[in-house]
Ligand binder design. Structure first.
Ligand SMILES: Cc1cc2nc3c(=O)[nH]c(=O)nc-3n(C[C@H](O)[C@H](O)[C@H](O)COP(=O)(O)OP(=O)(O)OC[C@H]3O[C@@H](n4cnc5c(N)ncnc54)[C@H](O)[C@@H]3O)c2cc1C
Length: 410
């Protein structure tokens, strides 16, 4: 290699959080030469996302040997309480791979552990490095151009560039990845952190045009959030604190009262997103996590979904680079399998995020779910990525749940 020739890797991963760090870790662990590039400092927080992780996500953290470190800083919990337009559902979501717990570590803790694991597995991590373009040869992506923290430009080459660089993905932009299932932002979250507030599990309230949620987070703190329809959020974004307290008092007064017992320990944050699915592979490139599919956060599926997609992609790339089949065939199969799995959850999430007034039939079904343990478990599974919403909402399944609930009232 001359002084000016770019370094060569098997895989370059752009973005080192929930999707990028695991895919780099898994591929480096298989012996591939991986460069992991992140524009932020590692570890660092993420101001525009809450961070509830469903049992599926904790199962991946356990399998990767990271859960003990996470649980040292974040109290995990089992139960969920959901008030769905006045139907009260309490219980545990279905376990995934034997894991029944949920947790909500702050992102500097979670993403820091993930990045450390990637490095321990052999990936080369360069943080404070911003990718600003891709290298192409004969229509194929062959590498990246980037700038390091000192402003020095460099390039690196690889057989595959993975965009794990979030919704505004530079990789997606440079390859012109087409979007489908596009929806504008539906609802927005305003949240902060308190100490000494008696919340020991997940609480969610959903009403027409509004929502609220709370759960234990890291280092003894509790995250409490209000959900506003996006239009209401835009109108009140300059008075976040007042909008948060007004909403909480209005739809979750018990939670509002609990806050009075505690001390707020951080500022108010807010976030929202449009939703889309992107074509996620092509010659020399692939997308994973929010770069490939981004949906409203109301079901908190982003982190667990990113872990599972990273695992699916890493297996496909490992097989493809091992030339069992061609890399392109494996990547196309990854995208097909991801969409087949996640699109029902995507559609379900967007329906929930509209915070629409339920029809009489839907209201009756919500109340039936509250009295039917199997139905409730299915709903919790539809939120936590383990029970297909299409099965939950299948007419025959809804009829059975309604009938069981009616019989239980006899
Ligand atoms: C308001 C809100 C609340 C949410 N709440 C939850 C929740 O409670 N639970 C949950 O599971 N999910 C939640 N999500 C979703 C969750 O935040 C995402 O799904 C998750 O962060 C996706 O991880 P990722 O690694 O794909 O992308 P990101 O976490 O966005 O990471 C992408 C990384 O790429 C880096 N990057 C970007 N461009 C470049 C570049 N050019 N060069 C180098 N690096 C680059 C970024 O700095 C970033 O670190 C929420 C989202 C929102 C908007």
């Amino acid at each position: 290699m001359t002084a000016t020739s770019p370094a060569q890797y098997d895989v370059i991963v752009v973005g080192a959080r929930c999707a990028g760090a695991p895919v780099a870790m898994l591929l480096a662990g298989k012996g591939h030469r991986v460069l992991l590039l992140e524009q932020a400092a590692v570890p660092s927080n993420m101001a525009h996302s809450t961070h509830l992780i469903h049992p599926m996500g904790l199962a991946y953290l356990e399998a990767w040997g990271l859960l003990d470190a996470i649980e040292e800083r974040a109290t995990s919990f089992v139960d969920w309480s959901i008030d769905l337009h006045g139907a009260f559902l309490h219980g545990a979501p279905p376990p995934f791979a034997g894991m029944a717990r949920s947790a909500a570590p702050r992102r500097d803790i979670l993403d820091g552990e993930l990045a450390r694991a990637a490095v321990n597995a052999g990936a080369e991590l360069r943080d404070n490095c911003r990718v600003n373009g891709l290298l192409f040869e004969d229509g194929r992506v062959v590498g990246v151009q980037a700038k390091d923290g000192k402003g020095q430009s460099f390039s690196a080459r690889a057989g595959l560039v993975i965009g794990a660089d979030g919704p505004a993905s530079i990789v997606a932009k440079c390859v012109g990845a087409a979007e489908h299932h596009v929806e504008p932002p539906l609802q927005s979250n305003i949240w902060s952190y308190w100490r000494d507030v008696p919340v020991d599990h997940l609480h969610i309230t959903i009403r027409e045009g509004a929502g609220a949620f709370a759960f234990p987070s890291s280092d003894g703190s509790v995250l409490v959030a209000a959900n506003l329809l996006h239009g209401d959020f835009l109108r009140s974004r300059r008075r976040k604190k007042a909008a948060f307290h007004d909403m909480l008092r209005h739809i979750a007064p018990e939670l509002a009262d609990k806050l009075k017992q505690g001390t707020q320990v951080d500022r108010f944050f807010s976030g929202c997103t449009r939703s889309f699915v992107r074509r996620s592979c092509g010659p020399g490139w692939a997308l994973v996590g929010d770069a490939g599919m981004k949906k409203d956060p109301v079901t908190a599926q982003g982190i667990a979904g990113a872990f599972a997609s990273a695992d699916m992609l890493a297996k496909a790339v490992d097989r493809g680079l091992g030339a069992a089949k061609t890399l392109h065939t494996e990547l196309a199969e990854y995208e097909r399998a991801r969409d087949a799995w996640l699109l029902p959850y995507y559609n379900f999430t967007l329906r929930l995020a509209a915070f629409a007034k339920p029809s009489a039939e839907q209201a009756a079904f919500n109340h039936a779910l509250a009295t039917d343990p199997e139905g409730r478990s299915q709903l919790f599974g539809a939120v936590s990525l383990t029970f297909s919403p299409d099965k939950l909402m299948a007419p025959g399944n809804m009829r059975r749940i309604l009938t069981r609930a009616a019989l239980s009232r006899q």
